[in-house]
Design a protein around this ligand. Structure first.
Ligand SMILES: Nc1nc2c(c(=O)[nH]1)N[C@H]1C(S)=C(S)[C@@H](COP(=O)(O)OP(=O)(O)OC[C@H]3O[C@@H](n4cnc5c(=O)[nH]c(N)nc54)[C@H](O)[C@@H]3O)O[C@H]1N2
Ligand SMILES: Nc1nc2c(c(=O)[nH]1)N[C@H]1C(S)=C(S)[C@@H](COP(=O)(O)OP(=O)(O)OC[C@H]3O[C@@H](n4cnc5c(=O)[nH]c(N)nc54)[C@H](O)[C@@H]3O)O[C@H]1N2
Ligand SMILES: [Mo]
Length: 803
C-alpha cells in the first residue's frame, strides 16, 4: 500500500498560518480524493442551515464568513465525501495479518466502508454479511454476557450526534452498565473534573461575544492553526481592536505568530499578516503550574505592596517605594497603582464570590522564585511582565487545550488557570472567562446527553422514570480503567461508536494484545482503522453514514444536532449522497443492536426514534428540561441555542456555593516518581497539521517544516549536542519509568527545534507506545500524553533510506 511518497525533508517554514498554503493544501486533497465538486459542499459547512464540520468543535457564528471552514475542516470533509471505497473487492484481497503492517494513513486512505462485514477466522478476512445477521449475532453475544453487564464496554468517540449519543448511553444503561468511556476521557476530562470543583460547571464560560470585548487572552497549550483554525478569526478580530494575546507554549506554533486570512482578498494579495501573539512564553513541557504560580505570585506580591503603600504615610511611602527598587523595580508599579488607590486584586469579587483566597495567597507568597524558574524555564521578569499586563486590564480570558489537560497534574493545572482568573474577577463578566477548546466536533455534547461512566453525572432517576427500568448505580470504566480491566481479562465485549480505540490509548502494544482476546469487538465506523484490523474473536464492521451525508428515514431526510466548544447547540443537515446504499445511520444501528440485545421495553420506542429524530430530541428535552428546552424547535437558529452555564451568571454550583481558589500540590505537572538521572527529557506528543487524531491525512506538517515523514523528534540544539547526537540522526526513545515494562519507539529522526531545553516533542500516535497506562491525571484519569520522561539513544535500526 502506498506510504509517504516523498523523501523526508526538514525545512524552515516561514510563511504565516492560513494564506495561500492552506488554499493550495485544500486543492490537493480535492483532487487526491477524487471529489473536485466537493467545493460546493464546503460552501454549506458550518452555516446555519448547512452541516456542522466533522473536524473540530469550535463555535459556529450567527453570521458566518462566506467560507466558514478552514484548511483542516475542508480536509475532514473531503476525507468523508471521498470517492474511494473499501468495498468487497478490497476485503477479498487483504487478510488482516497483511493489513496489520499498514500505516494508519494507508488504512483510512483506502476509502469509505460500504457494507456490514464479519471477520472470518478461516480466511482471516472480513466478509460481507446482511445487516439482519449482524444484529442477530451481536444481540445474541451481548445477551449471553448480560449476567455480568460490566464485561461489556460501550465506547464513544466525540463525533456522533446528540441523538445517536443519547440512544447509545440508554442502550448501555438498559443493558446494565455505566461502562461509557469516551474520547473525552483522553482529552478534556481534566477540565470536566477541574471546573466543577473550581466554579461549579463542567464546561467553559466564554461565548463568541466575549471575544468582541476582551482585552487580553492568555492562551496556553493549544495549537490554533492546526487544531481549531477558525478560531484565528476571533483572534485576528480581537487583535485588530487592540486586544492582546499572551501565548504559553513550549513551541512557537505558527498560528501563535502570524496569520493570513484566506478569506481576505486584500490580505492575500498584499501578503499582509496579523501578528497573533504579543508575547510567546516558551514554557517547559509540564511547567504550567509553575508559570501560573509565578504570575499569581507577582500579582499577590504587588497587591501586598499596594496595601502597605496605601496604608503608609507620605514619608513611609517614599521609603517603601525605595525598598521596592530592591526586587528589580517591579513593585514600583504596585506603588504607582496604590497612589491612584487602585488595588491589584479584585477584593470585592474575592470577598463576595470566592472561598479559599487566604490559603491561596499564602501559597503564592511562599512560592520560591528559583523553583518557579527552574520548573517553568521562564524567568521571573517574564512572568512579572505577564502579571503587570494582566493587572492593567479588566477583561481577561484563559484559553487552553491539551497542553494543560494531558498531564499527571492536568486537573490542578486547569485549576491554577482558574485561580489566576479569579484574582481579578475574570469569570462571569463580559469579555472574560475560562475557555477550554474542545476536540471532537460533539465531544462536549456527548457528555451533556449522558455518555459518562460516572453515575452521579447521569440523570439516573429521570431515566428510570421515563423508561421504567433500574439503571445501574455503580461507576463504569474510564478509558484507562477500561484498558486495565481488558488487560486483566475482565472485559469480554467492546462496542465502539466511532473512534480508533487501540491507537488512541496509552501502552498500545499491551492494549492490543488484550483487545485480541476479547470475545466480541463491534465497530460502528466510516473508515477502516487499526482497531478493526486487530480485533476480537467475533468481530463486526458496521459502516455508518457520516454527518455530511443525506440521512433518509421513513419520515424523510433527518437532521441531527451537536454542541460546540462554547456550549451552543446547532442543527446539522447532511447534503451529499451516501457513500453506499448499504450504509445505516448511527441511530439506526444503535436501535437495531438494542432491539436485538435487550428484552422488549414498550417505553423505549427505538423504531419510532429511528424513523423521526425529532422524537429523540424531544426525549432529550424531557430528560434535561433546563438544558435542552427548545432544542428541536430552535436548533437551526443562527448562532445556535446558547445553553445556560451557571458560572456565566456568577452562580457557583460548588459545594461551598462559591468559586474556589484551589492550591496545587506541586509545581511540576508531570511526575518525577520512578525515574531520575542524567539525560531524561520530557516528551510531549502532539498533532501535525496533516492529521485528525489517528486519521493521518498525509505527511506534510507545513507549519513545522516536516515533509514526507512523521517519525521525528523535535529537540533543542543544546540537548542534541549535550547528548552527543547530530541533526537528523536516527534515534530510539525509551520511557524512563521503571515499572517492569520496556517501552521503546525506534527510528525517529532528530529535528533541531526551538523548544526549551529538557523538553522534546513528537507525533501522536506514532510515539504513543511510550505512554504508560498508569501515567495519567491523578483526578480525572486523562492519560498524561504530555510530559512523558524519556531517554534518547542512537537508533539500533538500520538506516533504511539512502544517505
Ligand atoms: N486538524 C485537526 N484538528 C483537530 C484535531 C486534529 O488532530 N487535527 N484533534 C481534535 C481533538 S480531539 C483535540 S483534543 C484538539 C487538540 O488540539 P490541541 O490541544 O492543540 O492538541 P495538541 O496537538 O496535542 O497540541 C497541544 C499544544 O500544546 C502544546 N504543549 C505540549 N505540551 C505542553 C505543556 O506542557 N504546556 C503547554 N503550555 N503547552 C504544551 C503543544 O506545543 C501544542 O501546541 O484538536 C481537535 N481538532
Ligand atoms: N499520544 C497521544 N495520544 C492521544 C492524544 C494525544 O494528544 N497524544 N490525544 C487523545 C485525544 S484528545 C483524543 S480525542 C483521542 C481520539 O481518539 P478517537 O476518538 O478514538 O480516535 P479518532 O482518531 O478521532 O477516530 C477516527 C476514526 O473514527 C471513525 N469515524 C470517523 N467519522 C465517523 C463518523 O461519523 N461516525 C463513526 N461512527 N465513526 C467515524 C473512523 O473509522 C476513523 O478511523 O486520542 C487520544 N490519544
Ligand atoms: Mo480530543
Amino acid at each position: 500500500m502506498n506510504g509517504p511518497k516523498d523523501e523526508p525533508e526538514i525545512e524552515d517554514y516561514d510563511g504565516p498560518a492560513g494564506g495561500y498554503g492552506s488554499l493550495e493544501s485544500v486543492g490537493r486533497y480535492l483532487i487526491s480524493e477524487q471529489v473536485p465538486d466537493a467545493i460546493v459542499t464546503l460552501g454549506h459547512q458550518n452555516k446555519p442551515d448547512g452541516f456542522m464540520c466533522v473536524s473540530c468543535a469550535w463555535a459556529k457564528p450567527a453570521e458566518p464568513q462566506p467560507f466558514e471552514y478552514c484548511e483542516n475542516g475542508a480536509k475532514a470533509t473531503v476525507w468523508e465525501v471521498t470517492r474511494k471505497r473499501t468495498d468487497q473487492a478490497f476485503f477479498e484481497t487483504h487478510t488482516m495479518a497483511e493489513l496489520a503492517d499498514c500505516r494508519d494513513h494507508d488504512l483510512e486512505e483506502a476509502g469509505r466502508l460500504t457494507m456490514p462485514m464479519r471477520w472470518d477466522p478461516e480466511t482471516d478476512k472480513y466478509r460481507p454479511v446482511t445487516w439482519r445477521a449482524a444484529f442477530d449475532e451481536i444481540g445474541a453475544e451481548l445477551a449471553a454476557l448480560q449476567d455480568d453487564p460490566d464485561q461489556t464496554i460501550f465506547y464513544a468517540s466525540g463525533r456522533a450526534s446528540l441523538e445517536a449519543s443519547y440512544m447509545f448511553q440508554l442502550l448501555a444503561r438498559l443493558y446494565g452498565t455505566n461502562n461509557l468511556p469516551d474520547s473525552s476521557n483522553m482529552c478534556h476530562e481534566s477540565t470536566s473534573v477541574a471546573l466543577p470543583e473550581s466554579i461549579g460547571v463542567s464546561v467553559g464560560t466564554v461565548t463568541l461575544q466575549d471575544f468582541e470585548t476582551t482585552e487580553l487572552m492568555i492562551y496556553l497549550g493549544h495549537n490554533v492553526a492546526t487544531n481549531a483554525p477558525r478560531m484565528l478569526h476571533q483572534f485576528q478580530d480581537a487583535k485588530k481592536r487592540g486586544a492582546s494575546i499572551i501565548s504559553i507554549n513550549p513551541l512557537r506554533e505558527r498560528g501563535l505568530e502570524r496569520f493570513t486570512d484566506p478569506q481576505s482578498p486584500k490580505q492575500m494579495l498584499t501578503l499582509g499578516e496579523t501578528v497573533i501573539s504579543d508575547t510567546i512564553l516558551q514554557v517547559a513541557v509540564g511547567g504550567d503550574i509553575a508559570a501560573l504560580t509565578g504570575i499569581c505570585k507577582a500579582l499577590v506580591d504587588m497587591d501586598d505592596a499596594c496595601e502597605r503603600v496605601g496604608k503608609a504615610g507620605p514619608t513611609d511611602r517614599e521609603a517603601l517605594l525605595a525598598e521596592t527598587e530592591d526586587d528589580g523595580g517591579f513593585s514600583i508599579k504596585a506603588g504607582a497603582a496604590a497612589a491612584t488607590s487602585r488595588r491589584v486584586l479584585d477584593h470585592d469579587f474575592i470577598a463576595e464570590h470566592t472561598q479559599g483566597f487566604a490559603a491561596f495567597a499564602d501559597y503564592c507568597r511562599a512560592a520560591d522564585w528559583a523553583e518557579i524558574e527552574q520548573v517553568s524555564r521562564l524567568s521571573r521578569a517574564e512572568l512579572e511582565a505577564v502579571a503587570t499586563q494582566y493587572a492593567a486590564v479588566d477583561k481577561v480570558m484563559g484559553i487552553y487545550g491539551m497542553g494543560l489537560t494531558q498531564h499527571v497534574h492536568g486537573t490542578e493545572t486547569v485549576q491554577m488557570l482558574v485561580n489566576l482568573l479569579l484574582l481579578r474577577g475574570n469569570i462571569g463578566k463580559s469579555g472574560a472567562g475560562i475557555c477550554p477548546v474542545r476536540g471532537h466536533s460533539n465531544v462536549q455534547g456527548q457528555r451533556t446527553v449522558g455518555i459518562t461512566e460516572k453515575p452521579e453525572l447521569a440523570p439516573l432517576d429521570r431515566l428510570k422514570e421515563l423508561y421504567d427500568f433500574e439503571p445501574p448505580r455503580h461507576e463504569g470504566y474510564t478509558t484507562v480503567t477500561g484498558c486495565e480491566a481488558m488487560i486483566d481479562g475482565k472485559v469480554k465485549a467492546f462496542i465502539a461508536l466511532g473512534g480508533n480505540f487501540t491507537r488512541a490509548v496509552p501502552d498500545i502494544p499491551r492494549v492490543e494484545a488484550a483487545w485480541q482476546k476479547l470475545r466480541l469487538t463491534v465497530a460502528i465506523a466510516t473508515k477502516l482503522n487499526r482497531s478493526h484490523v486487530v480485533h476480537g474473536e467475533v468481530s463486526y464492521l458496521l459502516p455508518c453514514l457520516g454527518r455530511i451525508e443525506i440521512d433518509q428515514q421513513a419520515t424523510g431526510p433527518q437532521a441531527v444536532s451537536i454542541e460546540s466548544s462554547l456550549a451552543q447547540f446547532h442543527g446539522s443537515k447532511g447534503r451529499v449522497t451516501p457513500a453506499s446504499p448499504d450504509l445505516l445511520s448511527e441511530p439506526a444501528i444503535i436501535a437495531n443492536i438494542a432491539v436485538a440485545a435487550l428484552p422488549e421495553n414498550p417505553k423505549v420506542p427505538w423504531r419510532e426514534w429511528t424513523e423521526d429524530y425529532s422524537k429523540i430530541r424531544k426525549a432529550i428535552e424531557k430528560t434535561w428540561p433546563a438544558t435542552f428546552e427548545g432544542l428541536d424547535a430552535g436548533m437551526f437558529t443562527p448562532g445556535g441555542i446558547t445553553r445556560p452555564v451557571a458560572a456565566r451568571e456568577r452562580k457557583w454550583n460548588t459545594r461551598s456555593g462559591k468559586a474556589n481558589f484551589l492550591v496545587p500540590t506541586g509545581m511540576f505537572a508531570g511526575t518525577t516518581e520512578n525515574y531520575g538521572g542524567e539525560g531524561v527529557l520530557q516528551l510531549t506528543t502532539v498533532r501535525s497539521n496533516d492529521q485528525f487524531n489517528t486519521t493521518i491525512y498525509g505527511y506534510h506538517d507545513r507549519f513545522r517544516g516536516v515533509k514526507g515523514t512523521r517519525m521525528v523528534v523535535f529537540m533543542n540544539a543544546a540537548d542534541i549536542a549535550a547528548q552527543g547526537f547530530a541533526d537528523e540522526q536516527l534515534v530510539d526513545l525509551t520511557t524512563a519509568i521503571d515499572d517492569g515494562h520496556h517501552r521503546v519507539v525506534r527510528g525517529l529522526q532528530i529535528v533541531p527545534y526551538d523548544i526549551p531545553r529538557g523538553s522534546c516533542a513528537a507525533y501522536f500516535p506514532e510515539t504513543t507506545p511510550l505512554v504508560p497506562l498508569q501515567h495519567h491525571d491523578l483526578h480525572a484519569h486523562t492519560p498524561a500524553y504530555k510530559a512523558i520522561p524519556v531517554r534518547i539513544s542512537a537508533s539500533t535500526m538500520v538506516k533504511e533510506r539512502a544517505e
